[in-house]
Design a binder for this molecule. Structure first.
Ligand SMILES: Cc1ncc(COP(=O)(O)O)c(C=O)c1O
Length: 393
């Protein structure tokens, strides 16, 4: 086998398959070993080889972390038992009295964590429109210790200008975290744009097969990495080796999956925009999206997620969702199978109604995660469900 030094730097497609995954030194197996052992024999007391106990570190988890580091162009990576465990861990670096500035259109569980878990512990959050850099900057106070955003956001597919907001946050000596779950590293790499921390719900595109709940943090700062390494072990929100193995396997097809997710989502978005029952389609790939130009600049492709506001409000949305066949009515996103959901009643139900409505998550809003089924089957499903929803509008 030729040595690394004679090869050109690998592309993301190659890294997704190989990064962090050395052939098994005993048998030459091309897949990384799934190491289930919780503990590791030490040659001398207190002098383990690389691993001592699987909460602190595990070979299969280390392979996953190394692969994610390569894909996000990070220096350090930490895998967690869920996206929420990753969020909880990074937020545990903050002390009472700290302040967080967060985009106002984030995953409902992130909102819940910030307001109902961190709030009572004395960590205050201001939610701002992340599309407005001036508003974002105005919300930063001398106590702000972290800025947080999702781009594209959930469920309205709003974009944040990551490079611009990183500049704004750094001017005020505050790190910027980007939840990159919707885009995946195939479509954008926030650290390359100036962000300090990337968060993933690995449950979604990274794993891609709706059979693992997982999360990750990726970053470049060695001091922060040391703190997170400590918290990952001390708080213990780590994934099982088996889940790490499955995410590693999912990552191998991430590049080709993302291509097809994007192609089909763009086609459905274009057709949905012309449908009389659809008031508005939220998809960064459409020229009508208020940040279409930013999407072209910041993302390689506009993604596999879209949402649509139906005329006829909740009754039409309910009828639409219950009439679907290939799109499963279910929470979550980013799997090979198409999913549809109602943010106000499902993923974002933990956000108070008045807050939800003020940011545009109305009762007629439906979110689609466009899967890998044939696009004509998906269109016939959606068109049929819209026809059925007409009666309820
Ligand atoms: C954008 C985003 N971030 C974070 C999370 C939380 O991830 P998990 O469900 O893996 O805890 C989700 C879950 O839906 C999400 O959509």
């Amino acid at each position: 086998m030729r040595s690394d030094s004679s090869l050109a730097p690998p592309a993301l497609e190659t890294l997704a398959i190989h990064a962090g995954q050395e052939p098994d030194p005993v048998h030459g197996g091309v897949m990384p070993n799934l190491v289930l052992s919780t503990t590791f024999r030490q040659p001398e007391p207190g002098k383990p080889l690389r691993f001592d106990y699987s909460r602190s570190g595990n070979p299969t988890r280390a392979a996953l972390e190394a692969c994610l580091v390569a894909l996000e162009r990070a220096q350090f990576g930490f895998a967690f038992a869920s996206g929420c465990a990753a969020a909880t861990t990074i937020l545990s670096t903050l002390s009472p009295g700290a302040h967080v500035v967060c985009g106002d259109d984030v995953y409902g569980g992130t909102y819940r964590l910030l307001t109902r878990v961190l709030g009572p512990l004395g960590i205050r959050t201001t939610f701002v429109d992340q599309t407005n850099a001036a508003e974002f900057e105005a919300a930063i106070t001398p106590d702000t210790r972290l800025c947080w955003l999702e781009s594209p956001s959930n469920p309205l597919l709003k974009l944040a200008d990551i490079a611009r907001l990183a500049e704004v946050a750094h001017r005020r000596s505050t790190p910027l975290l980007v939840d990159n779950t919707f885009a995946s590293p195939m479509l954008q790499q926030p650290l390359e744009l100036g962000a300090d921390i990337v968060l993933h719900s690995a449950t979604k595109y990274l794993n891609g097969h709706s059979d693992v709940v997982g999360g990750a943090l990726l970053l470049r700062d060695p001091e922060l990495a040391e703190r997170i390494r400590f918290l990952q072990n001390a708080m213990g929100g780590v994934p099982s080796p088996f889940d790490c193995y499955l995410v590693l396997r999912g990552l191998k097809t991430l590049p080709v999956r993302m291509q097809q997710h994007c192609r089909s989502a763009a086609e459905l978005a274009r057709r949905l925009e012309e449908h009389p029952l659809v008031e508005r389609v939220h998809y960064p790939g459409l020229a009508s999206h208020p940040q279409h130009e930013l999407a072209r600049r910041q993302m390689r492709e506009p993604g596999g997620m879209l949402s649509l506001s139906l005329r006829g409000g909740e009754p039409a949305a309910r009828r639409f969702l219950q009439s679907l066949h290939w799109f499963a009515l279910a929470e979550s996103l980013g799997g090979v199978e198409s999913l549809a959901e109602h943010p106000a009643l499902m993923t974002h139900a933990s956000i108070p109604r008045e807050v939800r409505e003020s940011i545009g998550i109305g009762d007629g809003l439906v979110r689609l995660s466009v899967g890998l089924e044939h696009v004509e089957d998906l269109w016939s499903d959606v068109a049929g469900a819209l026809q059925a929803a007409k009666g309820a509008a």
